[in-house]
Ligand binder design. Structure first.
Ligand code: NDP
Ligand code: PHD
Length: 346
């Protein structure tokens, strides 16, 4: 069955990725695109400053961009993908859900709300059932589902794999690409020949969202994972792909080979956009990998890549990487949309 979908914030960095990923999608057909009032009324090809290295898909070029307003969304749209600035999303997403739309959102507002599923389909698909709680509490016919922050998505699959050794604490330092800040987020004068050791709000997101993703949902309430997470976030002059150095403290004492095996065998999901293998792991023979330019497009940008697994007195350290606007953003919302479709929520 084909579902008609809309993209909110379709002209932005993440919106363009949605359009690229939805081209030829087996389940979803683009029915409407929205952006700010400045773009509304223009054909997409004029409204969007297209910056991806593939052409704008033909069926999308002439679609007229609409204002981001519930009255503008056609009734027969089953699912809305949202990539709006979080302040704008916080205003409009609840109205859309109240109007009966199911929203798979990438924006950071409401990710930590008790009744909002924050999901990575390969990690915590069962959290989607929080929709029942959400509908009871908010009286919505629609639903709001979130994917996590891009740096969080990069690390959490590896932590989920480590949990079989008793994950007690994780510390992470990130090297984040400029596309994470959006097209006008970091100027060239700020970032060329430089690194910026602060990304507003990012550390707290990694520290809280990861514990929600790894937490337990008992059908009524969600409890956070007990592991403490501490993050330090840095912007570097790469275009795409967040690289992270993780130090994990474990109850058990696994060898690096055991850790690599746990990551490599962590199951993927049976969804159209899920990679065959969720985590690719480089061995001791390639300690210099993963690297952003070399590894961000593995699994069409949907795979998490790890390497450099070594022991520490308290557990293990390793590096991990994912494509921040694909696995970390548009691809993550798309996967949640596929899960919503497969589980009959749309
Ligand atoms: N880039 C990334 O790696 C990630 C981004 N995110 C999140 O995704 C969201 C989008 O990010 P990104 O694509 O980078 O941002 P961009 O600034 O590139 O794009 C923003 C989009 O929102 C639209 N928009 C802006 N203001 C309004 C408004 N007042 N009303 C309606 N639409 C508006 C813009 O339309 P117009 O073109 O008309 O201005 C554009 O389509 C943000 O919440 C961001 O935090 C999440 C994870 C990763
Ligand atoms: N802050 C992230 C991208 C982002 O927009 O995150 P969030 O979805 O949590 O707002 C980065 O700069 O790389």
């Amino acid at each position: 069955m084909t579902h008609r979908v809309g993209i909110l914030g379709a002209t932005g960095a993440v919106g363009q990725r949605f359009i690229q990923l939805l081209d030829g999608h087996p389940q979803f057909e683009i029915a409407c695109l929205t952006a700010s009032d400045a773009s509304a009324g223009k054909p997409y090809r004029e409204a969007a400053k297209w910056r991806l290295d593939s052409a704008i898909p033909k069926p999308v070029r002439d679609i007229t961009v609409r204002a981001t307003d519930p009255a503008e969304i056609p009734d027969d749209v089953d699912l809305l993908f949202s990539s709006l600035p979080s302040g704008v999303a916080a205003e409009i997403e609840p109205d859309l859900c109240a109007a009966g739309y199911v929203v798979s959102s990438n924006s950071s507002n409401d990710r930590m709300a008790d009744d909002v599923p924050l999901t990575i389909p390969e990690i915590n698909p069962g959290h989607l059932d929080l929709i029942e709680v959400q509908r009871d509490e908010r009286g919505w016919d629609g639903a709001l589902v979130k994917n996590p922050n891009c740096s969080t998505i990069t690390m959490v699959p590896t932590l989920a794999a480590l949990d079989e050794f008793g994950l007690e604490r994780a510390q992470v330092s990130t090297l984040q690409a400029v596309s994470g800040a959006g097209y006008s987020g970091v100027t060239s004068m700020e970032i060329i020949d430089n690194a910026i050791p602060h990304i507003g709000g990012e550390e707290e997101k990694m520290e809280t969202e990861s514990r929600k993703l790894l937490g337990d949902f008992d059908g009524a309430e969600l409890s956070l994972h007990s592991a403490e997470v501490a993050a330090s976030c840095n912007r570097i002059p790469t275009i795409d792909g967040h690289l992270e150095n993780v130090f994990a403290e474990l109850a058990d004492d696994p060898e690096p080979a055991d850790v690599r095996a746990a990551m490599e065998s962590y199951p993927s999901a049976d969804l159209p956009s899920s990679p065959d293998q969720l985590i690719h792991v480089f061995g001791d023979d390639q300690p210099e990998r993963p690297q952003p330019r070399m590894d961000r497009m593995r699994g069409d940008g949907m795979q998490v890549v790890a390497g450099g697994v070594r022991t520490t007195p308290a557990g293990v350290k390793y590096n991990c990487l994912a494509h921040n606007t694909i696995r970390g953003a548009a691809g993550a919302s798309l996967l949640n949309g596929e899960l919503l479709a497969n589980e009959g929520w749309i």
